[in-house]
Design a binder for this molecule. Structure first.
Ligand code: ARG
Length: 719
């Protein structure tokens, strides 16, 4: 009975890993015929060339990498761009002030003159993709195996820089299948991107963190920008003389609506997945990395929130950072819960057994998993400390910034005075960003809290001994007293918080001043201690695990040879995923419809609430059913969002959702809670992408914002 059952499980595993239907983030340039045929079967009406072409204009030419981690799409012949509200969030906050609060009140440019320049915001178009595996592998052969992981980024950056040299492009090389393949991506970056429109936050972030990562969802998560070029159509820094981009391709917009089963295709820049992670890596995450990160973020968020609700100026200052921290606080908490619920460790163990059976006669792979297991075991006692440095000590903006000053000290000590001076000068723009966003009351409480948490949770022999024995003179370490006193002292005396004094220091660094500074001393105590007690273990772990995973994936690639349904992890390169609009059952007795409507906004609406307030005008429009051409024929309402079973992840935010003809029907903006383990393993029953329905977006632009100029620019498909 037992063996029969095992055989049956083995058979199931084989099926599940070879037939991957809606799972997969495909490189559009390398779409295999079988995968393409699957897309056609699901409803795609376009040719491969229309999806991606090196020579002709294709859909890929309308898709951009927006800012540093989102996706956007071009929707007019004048460079109009759609993305999510949470992708434009930082820019909307930075062009806002308490008097002109676009985050709070929204903004609609009625003419191009009214559009607002966004300092530092860029978008990148993909020009081409090439395979450079041989070149990179040859270069890596110069190093010993245990050096490869630490040298890899440098090698890729150097080869990329060489390839970009004397071209108007930026070239980046990405690692696929854990170092078994390297592809080179050429981008054109545009640097004049302006804000055209945004709904008020009470629409763009309606539901806040309570609804985040959850369905049903009533968030109008969109914002609108425009890309500008110089008069010859080339990228240029902001200049009032610049002209709107004339794109190679822009997306038509369909307001015909969606129904269950419709084809849906999502292009974009998914940031990272780790689908070939081993059971040992998952265990490390569930046991240590995730819970500690969540606990530390939870503490910081509460302290930030307490100040944000008091003062709109503080809210504007902290909004972007708070949203980012909160987003992945909830994500990692949910990820652990789903990893446990779906028993992903057992899934991975089965895959590992399958691999071992395949590799049984191949000595190269002997002991692979024992070695992986030992590598994690050796790292485990130090791993919590790393989280406490990154998410705890460096969770304080001041301590994180003070930590970056160590390098000045290090360079001076090494007699590299010129390098030290150069490093200090280069810190200036980073400093301005830090000091402009610094909120002293919340940061002071964060410092006191995280230093106490560190004391309570990190092994005594890994703590900075001298630091804590000094702190003991300020009070009993198991009470709040010494931590509060220290934080007060730091924030009352640190010269880093004095803009004038500190900028003078960056011009002419004097390490004697630095050594006396309380913020610097505190940051140094933790960084030095980490470098002495943990960093060597971390380097060892990184080197070993890279080599082992590289070998594992080499084997997996060999084992799966010829299987077209085998795709690489997300790594912020352009991907396309396909699937269908699809309802689901999140748990026993509950059925989730594939769409949700504005009715839900009125149901969730709590006037004056931090997360569930909504503009009175929106509520009025909904009550009057003043929906215009955007009404959904089936529900006689406006559909706010819909779900599809596409495979996406963070970075896909803002991605276009296209129908079978390549017309825009929505904007992907989230994943669902029941499948938050998707970075490590896709649950095919439960995995969903949450998409803003384009008709809700256009309704808000036209009826609430009165920005018919934006609507008129689009190529609307109505029948
Ligand atoms: N979960 C969304 C994503 O990662 C971002 C939502 C931002 N909103 C928020 N409430 N923090 O794509």
């Amino acid at each position: 009975m037992k063996t029969l059952l095992l055989k049956f499980i083995f058979f199931l595993v084989l099926i599940s890993t070879s037939v991957r239907a809606d799972e997969g983030m495909w490189l559009p340039s390398l779409l295999g015929n079988k995968v393409y045929n699957e897309m056609v079967k699901k409803g795609l009406k376009l040719t491969k060339e229309q999806l991606y072409s090196m020579n002709k204009n294709s859909i890929k030419d309308a898709i951009v990498l927006f800012g540093s981690g989102c996706t956007g799409e071009i929707v007019s012949k004048e460079g109009l761009l759609f993305t999510n509200h949470h992708c434009g969030y930082d820019n909307i906050a930075s062009v806002s002030s308490v008097a002109h609060n676009y985050l709070k009140d929204g903004f609609w440019a009625k003419t191009k003159q009214e559009e607002i320049a966004c300092n530092g915001l860029t978008v990148q178009f993909l020009i081409k993709i090439e395979d450079v595996t041989d070149k990179v592998t040859a270069k890596l052969k110069e190093f010993k195996p245990n050096e490869v992981s630490s040298k890899l980024q440098g090698v890729l950056a150097e080869l990329g820089a060489t390839a970009s040299k004397d071209t108007p492009y930026e070239v980046r090389i990405n690692n696929f299948f854990k170092g078994n393949q390297f592809l080179q991506f050429t981008y054109q970056r545009f640097k004049d991107v302006r804000l055209v429109g945004t709904p008020p936050e009470s629409i763009g972030k309606f539901g806040g963190d309570t609804d985040n990562w959850q369905w049903p969802r009533h968030t109008g998560d969109f914002s609108i920008f425009r890309v500008y070029t110089d008069k010859n159509g080339n990228p240029a820094e902001y200049n009032s003389e610049n002209i709107p981009l004339n794109p190679k391709h822009f997306l038509p917009v369909s307001i015909k609506g969606v129904k269950d089963g419709d084809y849906a295709m999502i292009y974009g820049y998914p940031g990272s997945t780790n689908r070939y992670e081993t059971s040992y890596g998952i265990k490390q995450k569930i046991d240590i990395d995730n819970p500690n990160l969540v606990e530390l973020r939870d503490a910081r968020l509460k302290l930030m929130y307490a100040e944000m609700v008091k003062d709109p100026a503080v809210k504007l200052k902290l909004a972007g950072n708070y949203a980012n921290v909160a987003n992945y606080w909830k994500f990692f908490d949910g990820e652990s819960k789903q990893l446990i619920k779906h028993n992903v460790i057992a899934q991975k163990e089965n895959e590992e057994k399958e691999f071992e059976a395949w590799a049984a006669s191949k000595p190269e792979y002997a002991n692979l998993f024992t070695n992986i297991k030992n590598t994690y075991q050796n790292w485990r006692p130090y791993s919590k400390h790393r989280v406490y440095l990154n998410e705890g000590i460096n969770g304080s903006a001041l301590l994180a910034f003070a930590g970056t000053l160590k390098q000045i000290d290090v360079l001076y000590k090494a007699g590299k005075n010129d390098d030290a001076a150069k490093y200090a000068k280069n810190l200036k723009s980073f400093y301005v960003k830090f000091i402009d966003a610094e909120d002293i009351p919340s940061d002071r409480n964060i410092v006191a809290t995280v230093i106490k948490m560190f004391f309570n949770n990190i092994d005594e022999n890994q703590r900075p001994q001298e630091f804590y024995s000094k702190l003991k003179t300020m009070g009993n370490l198991s009470t709040d007293e010494p931590y509060q006193k220290l934080a007060k002292q730091i924030f009352e005396t640190s010269f880093i918080l004095n803009k004038e004094k500190f900028e003078a220091f960056l011009e002419k660094p004097d390490t004697a001043i630095l050594h006396k500074d309380e913020a610097y001393k505190t940051a140094s105590a933790f960084v030095d201690n980490f470098n002495a007690n943990v960093a060597p273990q971390l380097s060892k772990f990184n080197a070993e695990i890279y080599t082992l995973n590289n070998l594992y994936l080499k084997g997996v690639l060999e084992m799966r040879k010829g299987n077209e349904f085998f795709y690489p992890d997300a790594n912020q390169t352009m991907r396309v995923s396909f699937g269908n609009v699809k309802s689901y059952k999140p748990k026993d007795g509950v059925y989730y419809k594939e769409i949700c409507t504005v009715k839900g906004i009125t149901e969730k609406y709590v006037p004056g609430d931090y997360e569930f307030d909504a503009p009175a005008k929106l509520i009025d429009l909904i009550n009057k059913k003043d929906f215009g051409q955007y009404v959904d024929k089936q529900t006689n309402d406006i559909v706010v969002s819909f779900i599809t079973n596409n495979d996406i992840t963070g970075g896909n935010s803002g991605s276009p959702v296209l129908n079978g003809k390549g017309e825009l029907i929505g904007l992907a903006f989230d994943g669902n809670y029941e499948a938050l383990s998707h970075k490590l393993a896709v649950d095919k029953e439960l995995n969903r992408t949450i998409n803003l329905d384009i008709r809700y977006m256009l309704f808000v632009i036209e009826k609430l914002g009165g920005a018919t100029n934006i609507i008129n620019e689009l190529n609307l498909i109505k029948i």
